[in-house]
Design a protein around this ligand. Structure first.
Ligand SMILES: [Zn+2]
Length: 309
């Protein structure tokens, strides 16, 4: 960790003012770290790990495709204020994050600074191609970026992000450590419960709209039998769907999965003709009523999978 990161001037002034400056409420809200998460799952994790020391916002909501966002002016304003960006990386945000960072003019959050944190860099990625080929529009040319639905990887990401918070805000190291410990022990217990509950899913076969379920399915030992997208990021074509239908006749699949922010047209076409149940799942926190935090998200996804399969 480079030692060059210091609290910005505003923070320092507030700290100095804590006792002496009338009219400035130095409640924890004022001194909290401003976290701009690229996706709702990281906002939720930042809030869990930071508690009142963190004020987290998300650049996207659960009904947007994080591959395709615009660096809108309102987002640039948020980036300007941020002490830390917490994004997925692995090219998930390649279409908008670099521009957002540049337009923000905020040195703290640039690549290589302590205020720039990428979840996918902290874990081993699945589906890393031998050589990156973006020529045909493949949006996963740097490996699969959708790491948040493997709870074991999420635990590693949580530990790394907590360390980052501690490095940026060393005065409150104990606070972050305590919160990480509490989260980790709860999460490990939850993993045990999920794995026991998901036992019946093991060895089933799923067709996915997009490869955003790979980490979840790898964890649950569900086989990916096919992709509705001919390549990650390329919408299903009629020829490709017809091939998939043929495949399912030769070897049936158990479920078709689509995230509820994705266009379900192709999935519905296949489900109607193959009689395979189509499951529309929340993909991140806020994606359904039950999925209002990380635990709720996993609970909701597992319930739908178990009901459907
Ligand atoms: Zn993707």
């Amino acid at each position: 960790m480079p030692s060059s990161h210091r609290p910005r001037a505003g923070h320092r002034a507030l700290l100095l003012c804590a006792l002496a400056c009338p009219g400035i409420g130095i409640g924890s809200a004022h001194a909290a770290l401003d976290v701009l998460a690229c996706e709702p799952e990281w906002r939720a994790l930042a809030e869990t790990l930071g508690g009142e020391r963190v004020r987290a916002r998300s650049a996207t909501n659960a009904f947007q495709d994080p591959h395709h966002i615009e660096a809108r002016p309102s987002l640039i304003v948020k980036a300007r204020d941020a002490d830390i960006v917490f994004c997925t990386g692995a090219e998930l945000e390649v279409g908008w994050l670099p521009l957002l960072l540049e337009k923000s003019g905020n040195r703290r959050i640039q690549v290589g600074q302590p205020g720039h944190f990428l979840a996918a860099s902290e874990v081993e990625r699945l589906e890393v191609p031998v050589s990156a080929d973006r020529s045909q529009g493949d949006v996963h040319a740097d490996g699969n970026p959708h790491v948040h639905l493997d709870p074991h990887r999420l635990l590693k990401i949580a530990a790394a992000f907590s360390e980052r918070l501690q490095a940026i805000d060393p005065e409150h190291t104990e606070h972050y450590r305590r919160r990480l410990d509490a989260f980790s022990s709860e999460w490990v217990a939850a993993i045990d419960a999920w794995e026991a509950k998901a036992e019946p899913l093991r060895g089933t076969r799923a067709i996915v709209h997009h490869r955003n379920w790979s980490y979840l399915l790898d964890w649950l030992q569900v086989d990916v039998a096919g992709d509705l997208e001919p390549r990650p990021g390329i919408p299903p074509t009629s020829g490709h769907l017809a091939d998939l239908l043929q495949d399912t006749r030769e070897r049936p699949s158990d479920i078709i999965l689509v995230a509820n922010y994705q266009d379900p047209k192709g999935a519905r076409w296949l489900a109607e003709r193959s009689d395979i149940p189509l499951l529309e799942l929340p993909f991140t926190v806020g994606g359904s009523e039950d999925a209002d935090n990380l635990r709720g998200l996993y609970d909701a996804i597992l319930s739908i999978l178990l009901d459907g399969a």
